[in-house]
Design a protein around this ligand. Sequence first.
Ligand SMILES: Nc1ncnc2c1ncn2[C@@H]1O[C@H](COP(=O)(O)OP(=O)(O)O)[C@@H](O)[C@H]1O
Ligand SMILES: [Mg+2]
Length: 278
Amino acid sequence: MIAFENVGKTYPDGTTAVEDFSLEIASHEAVVLVGTSGSGKTTLLRMINRMVDPSSGRVAIDGEDVAGLDPVRLRRSIGYVMQASGLLPHRSVLDNVTTVPVLRGTSRREARSRALELLETVGLDPALARRYPSQLSGGQQQRVGVARALAADPNILLMDEPFGAVDPIVRADLQQEMLRIQKELHKTIVFVTHDIDEAFLLGDRVVLLRPGGVVAQQGTPQEILAAPADDFVRSFVGADRGTRTLHVEEIEGRRIVVDADGRAAGVLEPPAGGAARA
Ligand SMILES: Nc1ncnc2c1ncn2[C@@H]1O[C@H](COP(=O)(O)OP(=O)(O)O)[C@@H](O)[C@H]1O
Ligand SMILES: [Mg+2]
């Protein structure tokens, strides 16, 4: 479990990025922090692996204050994926993925065979292992970034707008890959995005932030859509524009769900158990 306990961060220049933030993230849960640019998402994420130290409060992993943990070892034990993949440009894909496991004492041979498996896990042809990052597309680089983050088999995966720089089609692909990987690996994932659709797709739980890391609302996507806490949330999730409004039309005896633009979104099934009485 990851616990933020009344955490605040004021940077040396006087900017208060986070005022007073508390949140508990259960093991194996995928939590998405979503908010506009500057709302403190990156600051919060980086407090987990000590790339940023809080000015007040504490962050604990499984009850242990991270302030007492060695930052280098901590960072190597937690997967981290950022927007600009962060791959080492002068090292091959394979070396990028094996660097941390080798630093942690895994034999080179074992790290390599595991890296080739991981490339497949993230949907890459292992034949790409010998290439350099610049010889890959943006989407492929992000996949390598995910493989690298998984290489040390961390319990926790931190992802900071990892798919923000790729085109919408590749992005949708990467999101589906993430859902598949999470189903298989059950990591504790803290995912940061400014895109509410991405948040609703990937999050077991979504935390919607205002500037200053102030929680506007948190809950499952269903809970937030069912009862937006205020106008800020309503506007953020698009409820005020009616973009998420669906209605049902009966066509040839079947109930078809239709979206705000009149496009068919799917077929409405009776609730579980409801069919038995028919
Ligand atoms: N190293 C820093 N020094 C001073 N201010 C910073 C620093 N990093 C971030 N900030 C400021 O803190 C606020 C939150 O930033 P950040 O956590 O990066 O937000 P987000 O990831 O939601 O865009 C912003 O106002 C940003 O300008
Ligand atoms: Mg950010």
